[in-house]
Design a protein around this ligand. Sequence first.
Ligand code: G3P
Length: 219
Amino acid sequence: MKFFIDTANLDQIREAHDLGILDGVTTNPSLMAKEGITGQENVINHYKAICDIVEDNVSAEVIATTFDEIVKEGEALAALNPKIVVKVPMIKDGVKAIKYFSSKGIKTNCTLIFSAGQALLAAKAGATYVSPFLGRLDDISSDGLALIEDIRTIFDNYGYETQILAASIRGPLHIVNCAKLGADVITAPLAAIAGLLKHPLTDSGLATFLADHAKAAGK
Ligand code: G3P
């Protein structure tokens, strides 16, 4: 399973990359705004800076919502770096644009997926990734993980190569459950990824090992 970090914060991207487990980065307009990145030139430069840190898979989201504008913006983003994956919203013109990008060999991530039907449409259009938002479904008492399971079943039934990129991850257990269900990728905040490290028995076990070693060495 691939690990992406869901942030536009360069320090956090570097930290996850330094851990040696990072396969990519996802951003969205809200995450860019959170870092204070505004204006076309700054946004473009920020994507370039992210591409300089990671080896591949940098999702850059279009702001446009009409076919012609999505294509124009997406092609400009894709031209920045071969690592760029054009992130396109699950709307009618977005699906048409994904089909177009797919025919041109431009990688896409169809975002704001909240149903299996939406994921099926995006796969039919040739999306490289679909991003079901499981945390936001959980937030409204819907079962986000059940959506991941449904999409896995559908893609496996027909051999779709579109990868399931589980997004809107809230914590380490979401990551583990996505792995159990066969998600191809998770994208998560750094805290959720770091949460996978933790277990109280690891901490107490290590403390005992170190104390026993010190005692045996007569320290
Ligand atoms: O980047 C898309 C998605 O991961 C957003 O997550 O936490 O805003 O629901 P969240």
